[in-house]
Design a protein around this ligand. Structure first.
Ligand SMILES: [Zn+2]
Length: 288
């Protein structure tokens, strides 16, 4: 789908295994910025290279024109097709310096953040050519740049990217869509990251990996809605922990998920981590 003259979105479906016989249908967006060169933001899961390369060819461009893939962070649904695309197109890969270790050593990522069918989703480890940090500008050629904003919380190496030409912001998983399952490492840091993004003036387009692009007047309210969702999750944790000092994190997470309207979601470690992130903040009623 074309969002602006330069930006195209690709919605990539995949299945996440959450139990021995249970998968859930998920999707993730990847983005193409067409210019003198082609820049890809995130790559989808392993195998997504086919749909990405087909899209480029159907647009009348040559896949070898991909100069760079920039990963918003290290998780499988964002990096999976990276190794295949690098091999097939010769493009360079970029990610935040804090995301590099889990992209270059996926075994380490799996050990620290197990996901059901991790090795089906990740196409293997791959070297990052350019390590990014907050404030960097990535040159896309033709006078176009992407400005990097370090927006940790969902993961420590998460970035958002501002394509100034279109006042378009790519936020990866930094801004949650309300009513989606909580997945983050540090909720307080996530909130600070969204507040930082809200300071960017004049945004026209916001693209989050789990949501359709927000345009015009919808941009800033979608960031506020993400903040409100964090607060709602926090209030569910406060309610479920009221009057008790000792919690079994699994049991608490199950009760919080039920209260939030996800009674069917199995207790996978990445969700338990997210709920657990609120336990350090039980003395605070308001997080936002
Ligand atoms: Zn993620």
């Amino acid at each position: 789908m074309q969002v602006s003259e330069s930006i195209h979105t690709l919605k990539i479906p995949f299945k996440l295994r959450v139990g021995p016989d249970k998968t859930v249908d998920r999707f993730v967006f990847a983005y193409l910025i067409f210019g003198d060169q082609i820049c890809l933001i995130d790559s989808g899961v392993a195998g997504s290279e086919a749909v990405i390369l087909d899209y480029i060819k159907n647009a009348g461009r040559d896949p070898r024109e991909i100069s760079r893939i920039i990963f918003t962070h290290s998780h499988p649904d964002h990096i999976g097709a990276g190794p295949a695309l690098k091999k097939q197109t010769g493009c360079k890969l970029a990610a935040h310096i804090d995301a590099k270790p889990w992209i270059e050593n996926v075994d380490e990522q799996y050990a620290q953040r197990p996901v059901g069918n991790f090795y089906d989703l990740v196409g293997g480890p791959v070297d990052i050519d350019l390590g990014l940090k907050d404030g960097d500008r990535v040159d896309l050629g033709g006078g176009r740049t992407l400005e990097i904003f370090h927006t940790p919380g969902h993961s420590k190496g998460s970035i958002s990217l501002l394509f100034d030409k279109d006042r378009a912001l790519f936020t990866g998983d930094a801004v949650p869509k309300p009513k989606t399952v909580p997945i983050y490492e540090n909720v307080a840091v996530s909130i600070e990251s969204i507040k930082k993004l809200k300071q960017i003036k004049g945004l026209e387009i916001l693209m989050a990996s789990w949501d359709d692009p927000q345009l015009g007047a919808g941009v800033y309210p979608s960031m506020d809605a993400g903040l409100q969702w964090f607060q709602q999750i926090h209030e569910a944790v406060l309610t479920e922990t009221a009057g008790s000092d000792a919690f079994d994190t699994d049991d608490l997470s199950a009760r919080v998920l039920k209260r939030l309207g996800f009674p069917e979601i199995p207790l996978v470690p990445i969700v338990v981590t997210s709920i657990g992130a609120h336990l350090k903040l039980l003395d605070q009623q308001k997080l936002i």
